[in-house]
Design a protein around this ligand. Structure first.
Ligand code: ADP
Length: 246
């Protein structure tokens, strides 16, 4: 198991957004999280690398590292957790004044303090991998949304994360640009990258995910293999959601 999360809770003031979520992601698996708007999907993903601080929840990793959020983790434990995952955001979140290459180099050079020349070589190969070998000296505003998001993926990969977290990575894109981002994600999955993906792309979930979780109201209503959850859901709430979006 690459990561196991037990009983994750998160509230914003009085609002209990996540109410006891469990997650298990075997190494090399892709877990897709689906659910209505406002159900807590993004909050859950952000809790996985402590961009939002959970109120409660036990995290355990395959290397023995664990974190118990009911016991106020220390800052160095939080940093260790963050280094385990790479986040790809809905709105790309690239640095506008840095080139594609500089964006990809930022994490390993500034945060991990790695050797700049080695990082550069790796960043170049990551940009080639996402099909942007020719564009690495361009700034975000000179790139299409799909290209910017592929830079976002290369940047998240640059720290060599155990886990890739994708927060609706195609939802801000024009429809004709969605495919190029999904195909990069498919390739990563094929290579055995462990991934958790919040997505509205049910076809992607069906084709690529090993496991689908349907979240509503901050709880997991139903989970299982994509064929089961997307084609033959047992719960009325899952059926209703799928009827609405399909
Ligand atoms: P989803 O990704 O499923 O659309 P979110 O995780 O974005 O859902 O949001 C779940 C709920 O948490 C919503 O009611 C949202 O308004 C609330 N929420 C999310 N982030 C914050 C925040 N930083 N402060 C207060 N409420 C928040």
């Amino acid at each position: 198991m690459q990561i196991q999360v037990q009983n994750l809770h998160k509230s914003f003031g009085e609002l209990n957004v996540l109410r006891g979520i469990d997650l298990e992601v075997p190494k090399g698996n892709v877990v897709a999280i689906i659910g209505p708007s406002g159900s807590g999907k993004t909050t859950f993903l952000r809790c996985l690398n402590a961009l939002e601080m959970p109120n409660q929840g036990l995290f355990e990793f395959s290397d023995g590292f664990s974190l118990d959020f009911s016991k106020y983790p220390k800052k160095n434990e939080i940093l260790k957790l963050r280094r385990k995952s790479g986040m790809v955001f809905q709105s790309y979140n690239l640095f506008p004044h840095k080139t594609a290459l500089e964006n990809v180099m930022e994490g390993p050079v500034i945060v991990q303090k790695l050797n700049k020349e080695e990082v550069r070589a790796r960043a170049v190969s990551l940009l080639e991998k996402v099909g942007l070998g020719e564009k690495m000296d361009l700034y975000p505003h000179q790139l299409s949304g799909g290209q910017q998001q592929r830079v976002g993926i290369a940047r998240a990969l640059a720290i060599e994360p155990e886990l890739m977290l994708f927060d609706e990575p195609t939802s801000a894109l024009d429809p004709e640009l969605v495919g190029e981002v999904l195909s990069v994600m498919k390739e990563l999955a094929r290579e055995g990258q462990t991934m958790v993906v919040v997505t509205h792309e049910l076809k992607f979930a069906e084709d690529v995910a090993d496991h689908v979780m349907f979240i509503d109201g901050g709880v997991v209503v139903e989970q299982g293999p994509p064929k089961e959850i997307l084609k033959a859901p047992k719960e009325a709430r899952t059926k209703q959601f799928l009827d609405r979006v399909l």
